[in-house]
Design a protein around this ligand. Sequence first.
Ligand code: ADP
Ligand code: ZN
Ligand code: ZN
Length: 745
Amino acid sequence: MSKYAEVIVDIPVRKFNKPYDYIIPDNLLGKVDIGTAVIVGFGNRKLRGFVINLKDKTELQPEQIKEVKKLISPSPFFSQKDLKLYRWISKYYCALLIDVLKAAVPTAVFKGKIRKKVVKMVELNIKKTDINKYLVQLKNKAPSQYKVLKYFKEDPSQIVLLNNLIKEVDVYRGSIDALEKKEILKKSEQIKRRIPYKDFDQKLIKDLDPSKEQQRALDIIKKDLFNKKSKTYLLHGVTGSGKTEIYIQLIRKVINKDRSAILLVPEISLTPVMVKRFYSRFGEKIAILHSGLSTGEKYDEWRSIKKGKAKIVIGARSAIFAPVKNLGIIIIDEEHENSYKQNNSPYYHAREVAKKRANLNNIDLILGTATPSLESYHQAVTKEYVYLSLPNRIDNKVMPPVKIIDMKEELKEGNPSIFSRFLQKKLKEALKKNEQAILFLNRRGYSSFVMCRSCGHVIRCDNCDISMTYHKKEDKLICHYCGQSKEVFKNCPNCNSRYIKDFGVGTERIENEMKELLPQARVIRMDMDTTIKKGSHRRILKKLENKEIDILIGTQMVAKGHDYPNISFVGVITADTIMNLPDFRSSERTFQLLTQVAGRTGRGEKDGIVAIQTYNPDHYSVLAAKEHDYQYFYQKEIELRKVLKYPPFTYLINIITLDKDKAKAKSALYDLDRYVKNTKIKMEIIGPSPAPIEKIRNNYRFQLLLKFNKIETRIKALNKIKSEYLTDPKYNVKYNIDVDPISML
Ligand code: ADP
Ligand code: ZN
Ligand code: ZN
């Protein structure tokens, strides 16, 4: 039995980012393994860490060596093979190994906070059909109890956490106890693994018979599925073309071989509808990992995966690290989504990690999307990926017609409103026909900024270099970066003029103006402000499904994954907000978003129509979205990327220094710039310059963008920066090194 363990200690400092030797005391001999989380002495502190190697000898002198003090959990958190993946991430993304390990293992688990908590659940104890009878009884006598029961009426089969129920309905616990006494509700305790969205039908249903197109794609993938050669497939299919059904059937094939599967979806698509679909096919074989789970729930899901009980992991970005046994396939839905990229260290992209993990396991990776990322499509064009397409919707419905409305013309013709005449007309028609509509806007709040018309002064957040947004309901200015709020100004703080006014539009303003325009319409807003409470996202969608909403107004959130046949009109208030961001991906994002929003209609019996309002009606991303023409978009965009030397033709590193002291952040970056130039490695350097958002949460930010023609050169440069410059930097500031950056702001 090995006597020594190499431990990566939890100090996120580059200087200490190397393994330290520890002696394993007699009582722990044989219990420590690669992947075990331990507590060790470090200086005179006690720290957590992970064992990454075992050995029989150490270079250290007996008096130098310290002991492993304790194990955090009896079984290891990762395997040797996993470690290989983590090391790759650490190298590729220039991240500390400890940061990678902590991203891979749920924090709470690592911290040893893993008590099995008993939770109290509440559910209905009467028949659905009896609810109204009891409601009548309670209405005047017990208004609080009435409120609770009303809540269950919305969704009679739900089982809710007692604490959530109290918060959401805003009653005292007594009211719920009283309803329990009357046997209208019943409580239960749960200790075992909580299946998220347990209120689903327990009945399993059979997989569908694939369409011809689906069958073709399935045949191609299945043919080589277990041939131990890792391949990546790009499954390009419009929304509704049956991609998810393909995922299901591939997963079926994999678990029939007693192997397991990981399916990544954007957090925002992890809706009840989606989970329900998988639950109805695979039952409790699925495990769900998302940020809404409590620590305990996360731990339960994680453990059932680790024990091999759950063979299918469905989750957001970090689920790529799920400790599944005998992995057989990885699938990434909506592979183009930016949320797959983590925006703090380690700055990994789940798609790249998936590729590597698939590679290490000799399995296939499936990338599904309606609007492939430029990088992925390029890989398909150059035959790195196998390209599969599903050009038609399952029901053979055509894509909805898209009308582009030039808002400049609209104004010229005498309509100053934020709603074009066409949009107004379509909304009225939809209302008249009892159909539903979605209005999409990229910005929450009432206005996008507040400006003085006399001197041009814009109200900015004190902590961040960003304009504040007016929120009418709170009658406050709010910073969307740090959340700070300010009272509204009567006079300009700069010139004291009274002409200080909010400009631009946000979702809240659309909501208000819509209520004025169509007072009879039932309008609901769905954005970050209205979905803070747990479950509210779900409730809004439920209302949409039950046709209790006529017009849904929202941000990105409304763009995804919903499949409601009664939506006949989708309006994009302005296509320009993203298009104008100073970021080389802004056109791509505009096209993706417009296409996705457009896909929200025409899904049922009714024909849908889409209207896009814009000041740039001739922009290729708008035109391509109008024609549902990915190729056209790709051709235009790839040309530009080539000319401007952006990915996929170059490999980027974005380095940002951060500090409360502006001069320090700046000097540090200029120093790094000098260092980089001195290496004489071939690259193009953009900057140093203040970052587009110069200050966030009181930290000043300076930016250096490095472009490389070859990935090997980038690796060389990164290694040099890492080992020579960053191990002992002259400046004590924070360096954020973002490899393959997604956002340049
Ligand atoms: P996507 O993931 O590409 O948006 P889905 O797999 O969700 O497409 O399919 C769209 C709709 O078509 C869903 O309602 C799904 O149940 C249905 N569907 C998919 N495949 C089939 C099939 N082979 N036979 C019948 N209906 C199907
Ligand atoms: Zn702020
Ligand atoms: Zn002013």
